[in-house]
Design a binder for this molecule. Structure first.
Ligand code: 9MR
Length: 358
């Protein structure tokens, strides 16, 4: 069984099901940090990270970002959950404005994330029907994409439209009004009008790791392009895990590359957790498996034609910045990102450098 984001959240308990000995083995000695060149200097395309506005106040984070990245994606403050937290009439742009100013001051590009997402906006849009819903939908995209016109080079216009098992498209408040493909088409059309220059992306996870989901994504892209959608780029989130079979990631990269569109590896991280009930592998074995998958991804990206290498983004810099390491989800041990909590390179950083230079 392949883990998905939901099952992974329950993983820490499952990992300890073998008793304390299993957990001790998992927490075996830390390896010596590898020596790795600045990631932006070895990446064949802009190298990005997710950013939360508060990280701008953390000098260690800022130094790590300046050394390693040339692009930023707001991790959550550009989403409806923050922008529309006070309702449609009182949008919060303050934090994204701050991130945009930081990007500009540091010569970094910015990627907008995300305009329309099944998991967001239900509350702000509740009670709206008919033309009022349309005005709010179109108006939101016009306001966001208009405000950041010239400040972002690209947008995730629609995020995660496909069901986890790949059996079809998700039902959501957007599809209820416009249909499964209809809300995507409408969002892209409105984004195109609001920002004619930005490269417009469709973004999805587990494409390279769950074959049925990847196939469904490719079918959707075909339909959208046939319908004249101004879709210009494909976002491969790449929330990886260590048991993805060898070769699957590279094979999918070749398939998604066949559209000739720019590819954004948009949210890379690789958890060491699995949903195997008893998993006695130690940290060193897990890190080796992780490195192999990350090198495969980086090398597959580097093998794309240059014009298709849009950007390569990690979903945070330090392990402790990761969504895997927040609140109840934190098992204290996962190392999903390129740097440890002190900003020292993790094996993933070396795996990335190796893959880019293959
Ligand atoms: O990492 C993000 C976390 O901080 C937010 O609370 C969460 C909800 O906004 O979103 C996380 O990022 C997700 C991204 O936006 C879309 N793909 C999956 C990411 C991890 O859940």
């Amino acid at each position: 069984m392949t883990p998905n984001r939901r099952t992974l959240l329950a993983a820490p308990l499952a990992l300890c099901a073998g008793g304390l000995a299993a957990c001790d083995r998992f927490a075996a000695a830390e390896p010596t940090p590898p020596v790795v060149p600045p990631l932006k200097s070895v990446s064949p395309a802009p190298f990005g990270t997710a950013i939360k506005a508060m990280q701008i106040d953390d000098p260690d984070w800022v130094a790590l970002a300046r050394a390693n990245v040339s692009q930023l994606t707001p991790e959550w403050e550009m989403k409806m959950e923050y922008v529309l937290a006070n309702g449609l009439g009182r949008p919060n742009f303050d934090r994204t404005d701050r991130i945009a100013a930081f990007a500009q001051a540091n010569g970094m590009a910015m990627h907008g994330h995300t305009l329309i997402w099944y998991s967001q906006g239900a509350e702000a849009f509740s009670g709206l029907t008919g033309a009022a819903f349309d005005r709010a939908f179109d108006g939101y995209i016009a306001a966001m994409a208009g405000r950041y016109r010239g400040k972002v080079r690209s947008w995730d216009v629609v995020n995660e439209p496909i069901l986890d098992d790949g059996s079809g498209m998700r039902d959501c408040h957007w599809s209820a009004r416009y249909g499964h493909d209809g809300y995507i088409l409408r969002a892209f059309e409105k984004a195109r009008i609001a920002d004619p220059q930005a490269v417009l992306f469709l973004n999805e996870y587990n494409q390279e790791s769950v074959p049925a989901k990847g196939a469904q994504f490719l079918k959707l892209v075909e339909r959208l392009l046939k319908a004249g959608c101004p879709l210009q780029g494909l976002g491969l989130q790449s929330h990886l895990w260590i048991d993805i079979p060898e070769g699957v990631i590279a094979a999918y990269m070749r398939k998604i590359g066949q559209f000739g569109l720019p590819i954004h590896v948009s949210e890379l991280d690789c958890t060491l957790r699995t949903d195997r009930r008893l998993d006695f592998r130690g940290q060193a074995d897990r890190l080796a498996a992780q490195g192999a998958r990350v090198t495969e991804l980086a090398s597959a990206f580097a093998a794309l034609p240059k014009v298709q290498q849009f950007a390569f983004t990690v979903w945070g810099l330090r392990d402790t910045d990761s969504w895997y390491r927040q609140g109840a989800k934190d098992d204290g041990r996962d190392k999903p990102l390129p740097f440890d909590s002190f900003g020292r390179p993790n094996p993933i950083a070396a795996a990335l450098a190796a893959g880019f230079q293959d």
